[in-house]
Design a protein around this ligand. Structure first.
Ligand SMILES: Cc1ncc(C[n+]2csc(CCOP(=O)(O)OP(=O)(O)O)c2C)c(N)n1
Length: 543
């Protein structure tokens, strides 16, 4: 058979359901081979959108999302989404066409060394120089992308190799099991945790990747230890659970930081430093850290590990949970209660533009608990991370490693394709929305009903917030927007403009019930940003 056909068979063998991308002249054979495959090709309007779709598909399913582009400019367009997946540990396999191997050694139309270009943003980057290596390269790409720490792989496929004849078969798919933790380390962790005066758990995205949320809840409950989560681990403990403290990730002080300040032992579980720098939650550098993860800890002066328990996270939690001595009392409950009071404070607010807290209240009211929010990057993300309650893991996706704007709309399309029975909302700033606005066409064409909720402030809100906090004036952060209602309509989507706060909840409910793609243009009152900075700056810990 043709090498391109073998390649597609190898993708099928890995369980690939979708490929997101844009064809080009140098991957004609793959595109043709896909016509005879059950894999669905989702044509996007920009390769960045394709990579973000694969990224979010990977986060939600734990299986590598696949994206494809042509050589040169198609591949450079993929890079941001691939880097995002890699830094956030989302499994993804990116594929790019390449010129024939006969012209890779010299200056040549659209030719870049893609294998090298993708190396810093992937775990594995490889060029297919002969068709017989296809089964190994594809298997390795998926194996590395899906094995902890999961991330991105890249395959470059020259067009002349794609059309060669080959007689090979896909390799059997076998994914490695993580080792059990060493008993000596489990025992040391048990001693430190049992002897702690005021322990605190920081749960990261690794707990979600390990699907270990039930073991985390059992561990916290059995030992009676409160749990803070990173932005990327929202929902890892149900928010309604009395031991849940909420999300840690703001650069300012917050209630949850009072927990860190008062703790003597901090148990970091499935936590990657890229999610939230330790100098922000551990400036004193003097607490004992127990690191429970699939890999040894990164070296960082603010992350002094006293005990590292490396191995299968579920197993580590069960073993330590069985042996450690439970703690008494609910010392940190006032922190949780203070946060809940803040969440509720604007629930009936009618001020306009709409306050961030009120947008979040209405969104949570309108959405079912299993529905999915994909959050973009900006001031809205900070508010969502802090105040949007999640009862289930992977119901509020936040990119907080690479933290690239533009993920929300393409990500929402992927979420809807991965879980057609659940409703999906893209929460985005006006700037991030415009970065991948063209994917509305993809959503309408693919018939993926979803809601895009734009927090409209006519500017780069987060940067404005930081400029004002630091310098008291703004520099080059304002812009004009198109008419989002007309824009939506021109794509065949529904456009809704909120002109009074009371309209938001009914608009959200209607949009969630609808079978259309709905774009809601919601003016936001970002005067609340500086008010929050001031409140947090003056905060006295309620414990
Ligand atoms: C691709 C990319 N470019 C720039 C940034 C830096 N950045 C972070 S937030 C932000 C402003 C986002 O504005 P908007 O999307 O309108 O959201 P808002 O902050 O107003 O809620 C910028 C420029 C980034 N994170 N990603």
């Amino acid at each position: 058979m043709k090498a391109a056909k073998l390649f597609v068979r190898c993708l099928e063998n890995e369980g690939t359901e979708y490929i997101f991308g844009i064809p080009g002249e140098e991957n004609l054979d793959i595109m043709d081979a896909l016509l005879d495959s059950p894999i669905r090709f989702v044509v996007t309007r920009h390769e960045q959108g394709a990579a973000f779709m694969a990224d979010v598909y990977g986060r939600l399913t734990g299986r590598a999302g696949v994206c494809l582009s042509t050589l040169g400019p198609g591949a450079t367009n993929l890079i941001t989404g691939v880097a995002d997946a890699n830094m956030d540990h989302a499994p993804l396999v990116a594929i790019a066409g390449q010129a024939s191997t006969h012209r890779l050694h010299k200056e040549s139309h659209q030719v870049l060394d893609l294998e090298q270009m993708f190396q810093p943003v992937t775990k594995y980057s490889s060029r297919l120089l002969t068709p017989t290596t296809i089964p190994e390269v594809v298997r390795k790409a998926f194996k590395l992308a899906q094995t902890e720490k999961s991330g991105a792989s890249f395959i470059e496929f020259p067009e002349n190799v794609a059309e060669m004849e080959v007689d090979e078969q896909p390799l059997p798919v076998k994914n490695p099991l993580l080792p059990e933790p060493a008993s000596s380390q489990v025992e040391r962790a048990v001693q430190v945790i049992s002897g702690a005066r005021a322990p605190l758990i920081l749960a990261g995205n690794g707990v979600i990747r390990a699907r270990a949320w039930q073991q985390l809840a059992d561990f916290a409950e059995k030992l009676n230890i409160p749990v803070a989560n990173t932005f990327m681990a929202k929902g890892v403990m149900p928010f309604r659970h009395p031991l849940t403290l909420g999300s840690a990730g703001l650069q300012a002080k917050d209630y949850v930081h009072c927990g860190f300040e008062g703790a003597d032992v901090i148990i970091c579980i499935g936590y990657d430093l890229v999610e939230y720098h330790p100098y922000l939650w551990h400036p004193s550098r003097d607490r004992a850290i127990v690191h429970i993860d699939t890999m040894p800890a990164e070296v960082d002066a603010y992350y002094p590990v006293q005990v590292g328990v490396v191995g299968d996270i579920k197993h580590s939690l069960v073993r330590i949970g069985e042996l450690a001595t439970p703690h008494q009392g609910h010392r940190l409950r006032p922190l949780r209660e203070a946060l809940i009071r803040e969440m509720k404070a604007c629930s009936t607010d009618t001020g306009f533009p709409v306050k961030p807290q009120k947008i979040i209240w209405d969104l949570r009211t309108a959405m079912a608990l299993e529905d999915i929010v994909i959050c973009d990057v900006g001031a809205h993300k900070m508010w969502m991370a802090r105040m949007f309650r999640c009862e289930l893991p992977n119901t509020c996706i936040i990119s907080n490693g690479f933290a690239s704007m533009g993920i929300a709309l393409p990500g929402a399309i992927a979420a809807r394709l991965a879980f057609p029975e659940r409703k999906v909302v893209a929460v985005t700033g006006d700037a991030g929305f415009m970065m991948n606005v063209q994917e509305i066409e993809t959503a309408v064409r693919m018939n993926t009903p979803l809601v895009v909720l734009i927090w409209n402030d006519g500017g780069y809100g987060l940067i404005k917030w930081k400029q004002m906090s630091q310098f008291g004036r703004i520099s080059n952060v304002e812009f004009d927007n198109p008419d989002f209602v007309l824009l939506a309509q021109s794509f065949g989507a529904v456009g809704v403009r909120i002109t009074a706060t009371e309209q938001l909840l009914p608009a959200l409910r209607l949009a969630l019930e609808s079978d259309s793609v709905t774009i809601i243009d919601c003016p936001v009152d970002y005067a609340e940003n500086l008010k929050l900075t001031a409140t947090l700056g003056e905060m006295v810990c309620p414990i």
